[in-house]
Ligand binder design. Structure first.
Ligand code: SAM
Ligand code: SF4
Length: 471
């Protein structure tokens, strides 16, 4: 049995379990100098090697942890500035043939209410979302033969075609089951943003015991899911691990080996990394008592370490987390968050008592989009709905922000301000508008005069009702 497992891991998987354990052991108790050197490399915008990440993971001394937090903050400011991109998840259907023990949608959960949006219901959800000001969605599906690539593509097309006065969705990302290469091609054709697949746990024995049946029980098929996406032409992919299923240090190493593999095979790493923690879910004992819970302190450590290890990726933090932890995590390098989220199927347009029975898990942050925009602006962040790169065909956008000197100042900040202005003009409450306008003024004052003049003109166009203005 052991030889079969070993063979499977070493020949078919790029997650070398033995090597990861060895690295996590040999890097224990790092000295301060070592941590300083690694941080310096990261601040020079170089991706860290697995052994360097392992040293950071083993820096348990509170002073060293503080150094890591400070460096992550520094790196975020230095490279990405103060923009936070906002999106919302849209659950399209929760039929599922898999048995992931932590998920409310698993097929043995007979008490969950199963639902797939009809065309009319989809339109109602889109109406609710665009009426709040959302411009970017991630569509989420359970795994079921009915959610075929064609079905997914069809939904995405409908979303792009939807119009609600000035409201529209300009970028659709996807979180769905891994597809075949041909399947990805069908989805690619309708113009998706990022295709996300979380490996859940990179630890093979845990994976096997948590995914007891269905297509998802194949660790390797899922692990190579984004390789097939790349081959199928989707070069914008997001990876992630569901924290709480196994040792968090191992999972961070798994993410790093995944990054390394994509870079080596395709010359480009993932666009985003997600690090959801398990949340309670209806009638799901394992989610209510995860086997390896990650406390808030370690959660912040892992975010900072991922930030430093892969300086070029976007980091996504979802509304699974409570507002307090979201506030703290933003500083450590997060670049995208969802807001005003509702994760029951159909629950943006229909609030009912059954929502918990239609949801995959329970959300930690249920504030409205307007509240989140207001708080971000109050705290000096620019809430951004920008989709300019994607719409201009500049994929690998995060990489450009990272690699091209001045790209953020030249494109990202002005576009963030223009989309914020749209939001403030069309959707914000009076108080949010007041705070947002002050932020725009402050940001304008930081821009050299010539460029400021141009941007001011564009902002005036937005005020006058022109939409989708971008540089
Ligand atoms: N069904 C597809 C799949 O499993 O790949 C699509 C994604 S699933 C609807 C979205 C993600 O939610 C999963 O990949 C998993 O990481 C996460 N998830 C599942 N149960 C969760 C829970 N109890 N708490 C937090 N996140 C959970
Ligand atoms: Fe189904 Fe995805 Fe939930 Fe697993 S995580 S049970 S595949 S919806």
């Amino acid at each position: 049995m052991y030889t079969i497992l070993k063979k499977l891991m070493e020949t078919e998987s790029f997650i070398p379990h033995g090597e990861i354990y060895e690295l996590l052991k040999s890097t224990r108790n790092p000295d301060r100098k070592m941590i300083e050197q690694i941080i310096e490399k990261s601040l020079n915008k170089e991706r860290l090697t697995p052994i360097e990440t392992a040293y950071l993971l083993n820096a348990d001394d509170p002073e060293m942890v503080q150094m890591i937090f400070d460096a992550a903050r520094n790196l975020k400011e230095k490279i990405y500035g103060n923009r936070i991109v906002l999106f919302a998840p849209l659950y399209v259907g929760n039929e599922c043939i898999n048995g992931c023990l932590y998920c409310g949608f698993r097929n043995q959960n007979k008490d969950i209410v199963r639902k797939t949006l009809s065309e009319e219901e989809l339109n109602r959800e889109l109406y609710a979302l665009t009426s709040k000001g959302h411009k970017r969605l991630i569509v989420v599906f359970g795994e079921d033969p009915m959610y075929s690539p064609k079905f997914i593509a069809n939904i995405i097309e409908k979303i792009y075609n939807f119009k609600n006065k000035r409201g529209e969705i300009r970028r659709v990302n996807v979180n769905a089951a891994p597809q075949s290469i041909d399947g990805y091609k069908v989805i690619k054709e309708v113009g998706i943003g990022t295709f996300q697949i979380f490996q859940e746990t990179y630890h093979l024995p845990s994976y096997k015991s948590l995914h007891v049946h269905g297509p998802k029980s194949s660790y390797v098929y899922r692990l190579f899911g984004l390789d097939r996406a790349m081959v199928g032409g989707i070069d914008d992919v997001g990876i992630g691990a569901l924290f709480g299923l196994y040792d968090w240090k191992f999972e961070v190493m798994g993410l790093m080996y995944h990054v390394k593999h994509l870079e080596e095979r395709f010359g480009v790493g993932p666009h985003t990394i997600s690090f959801p923690r398990i949340e309670p879910a209806f009638n799901t004992p394992l989610a209510n008592k995860p086997p390896y819970p990650v406390n808030d302190y370690d959660f912040k450590r892992l975010i900072a370490i991922i930030r430093l290890s892969v300086p070029y990726t976007g980091l996504i933090l979802t509304a699974r987390e409570k507002p307090e932890i979201r506030r703290e995590a933003l500083e450590l390098g997060v670049s995208q968050i969802d807001a005003g989220s509702s994760i029951g199927v159909g629950s943006y347009s229909q609030k009912d008592q059954e929502i918990i029975k239609k949801s995959q898990f329970v959300l930690g942050d249920t504030r409205s989009l307007d509240d989140v925009v207001k708080e971000l602006a109050q705290n000096g962040y620019i809430p951004s709905f920008c989709t300019a790169c994607y719409r201009a065909g500049r994929t690998g956008q995060h990489f450009m922000e990272f690699a091209i000197p001045g790209f953020v100042k030249e494109f990202c900040t002005p576009n963030a301000l223009l989309t914020l202005k749209e939001y403030l003009t069309d959707y914000a409450t009076l108080e949010t508008k007041r705070i947002g306008e002050l932020l725009i003024e402050r940001e304008l004052s930081k821009i050299p005069e010539q460029k400021r003049k141009i941007l001011k003109k564009l902002l005036e166009q937005v005020e006058a009702g022109v939409r989708d203005v971008r540089v």
